[in-house]
Design a protein around this ligand. Structure first.
Ligand code: NAD
Ligand code: MG
Length: 386
């Protein structure tokens, strides 16, 4: 019998966290959950604890921790709190793999410590690589830690690259669904509502990434993520609109061949691949019915209407701390849009303004990046108030 992999899920109550638990539930002889974390979704965490019996849980939010610490202890698990609690769960001695599925730069510190402690990382939390990709790559190398992609595009590229020589890569083509506002022009986007933006055509995800998909910032963040994961220059990474979300990305090689990965849009696929790599598990996703899909289309993204994609290229090209500023300003702008404080078209304007007043620095210190992240959030709020 093979060993059971012991898993920690950072952000178990989110969309990726819940899909990860579905995979674990389907393959109980392969995986055992030993640690879970949440920000404040305590009711769901309690259900997860009762179902999966982890030894440790951590709750980031203080009030939430106070509310459920006793009832969770009665379930027989150690209950930890705040940033130090998250770090403790992220570095549990017995853990074989840590699923990084917190949203935003809130995931930086626990993921950083998980890598420091030598854990294999299944990475969904792309903001971590966007903000501090150079630092994370370096410590992962130093610690011989594998960072396995969970993001569907990066999982696709990773799958296409198995057994290939990286020197033969010409381009990465990351596919994008185009989001709910595909085909619209800037003028029409002025008045779109939060509910319309949250209505993604093909994927059901957390609120922040759903808005990022509508602005195309998600693809911008993914280009930066791909640059760090695969060591490809940004001029060789492109986004292509593919409305059907069946082809999850493509790799073009120097001989002119393209290899792509296809499946139905279901995050359980890339999650299961990261958890079981290099093996594949049986019947993770519904089979693709190519005949009923019939047509697969590919189009150029409209960067006039969706400037966030270009801002991400600028940030990556500028380098240093600029991608961290792009990310932090985006997190604030998306949050303000979700609270109905700003319009959809203001999101890229705010990010652009904060980037334009930042003098990028190159640092190997994660604390410097965190400080710049905080600075960019303050500036983004100032820009919004003006
Ligand atoms: P989500 O909002 O559904 O879940 C986020 C999780 O993070 C929750 O468990 C929440 O409790 C936790 N969290 C939030 N703020 C926190 C804080 N300050 N401290 C500690 N924990 C905190 O998000 P999601 O859609 O699951 O996305 C998670 C990450 O995965 C994001 O980086 C996203 O870009 C990436 N991703 C998601 C999908 C998807 O299908 N949902 C696909 C690809 C990549
Ligand atoms: Mg993706």
């Amino acid at each position: 019998m093979m060993d059971i992999k012991k898993i920690v899920i950072l952000g178990s109550t989110g969309s990726i966290g819940r899909s990860t638990l579905e995979v674990v539930e389907r393959f109980p002889d392969r995986f055992k959950v030993i640690g879970l974390t949440t920000n404040n979704s305590t009711d769901l965490l309690l259900k997860q604890v009762r179902r999966f019996k982890p030894t440790y849980v951590a709750i980031a939010n203080h009030e939430s921790y106070i509310k459920v610490k006793e009832i969770l202890s009665l379930e027989g698990c150690h209950v930890l709190e705040g940033s130090s609690g998250l770090i403790e769960v992220a570095t549990l001695k017995d853990a074989d793999i840590v699923v990084a599925s917190i949203v935003g730069s809130a995931g930086l510190i626990p993921t950083y410590h998980a890598i420091q402690s030598g854990k294999t990382i299944a990475l969904a939390n792309k903001e971590v690589l966007v903000s501090a990709g150079d630092i994370f790559k370096k410590i992962a190398e130093d610690k011989s830690v594998k960072i396995l992609p969970v993001d569907s595009e990066h999982s696709a590229v990773f799958q296409c690259l198995q057994g290939q020589n990286f020197k033969s890569i010409r381009r990465l083509l990351l596919t994008a669904s185009g989001g709910p506002f595909f085909g619209m022009k800037k003028e029409n986007l002025k008045t779109v509502t939060v509910d319309e933006a949250l209505c993604h055509p093909n994927w059901s995800m957390g609120r922040k990434i759903t808005i990022d998909s509508a602005t195309l910032m998600n693809k911008g963040l993914e280009i930066i993520e791909a640059h760090h994961l695969f060591g490809i220059e940004h001029k060789n990474i492109e986004a292509v609109i593919h409305r059907q979300s069946i082809v999850h990305s493509l790799v073009e090689f120097t001989d002119g061949s393209i290899i792509c990965q296809m499946s139905n849009p279901d995050m359980k696929g890339p999650i299961a691949y990261a958890l079981s790599y290099p093996e594949r598990l049986d019947n993770v996703m519904k089979q693709v019915d190519l005949i009923s899909i019939g047509t697969l289309t590919f189009e150029k993204p409209d960067t006039q209407t969706f400037p966030c994609l270009m801002l991400a290229y600028v940030a990556l090209d500028t380098g240093g701390s600029m991608p961290a500023v792009l990310n932090a300003a985006n997190e604030v702008a998306v949050d303000m849009f979700l609270r109905k404080k700003i319009g959809f078209n203001q999101i890229p304007v705010i990010i652009d303004k904060v980037m334009s007043i930042h003098n990028p620095v190159h640092s190997e210190d994660i604390d410097v990046i965190l400080e710049i992240d905080r600075w960019a959030r303050v500036k983004a709020r100032e820009v919004i108030e003006r």
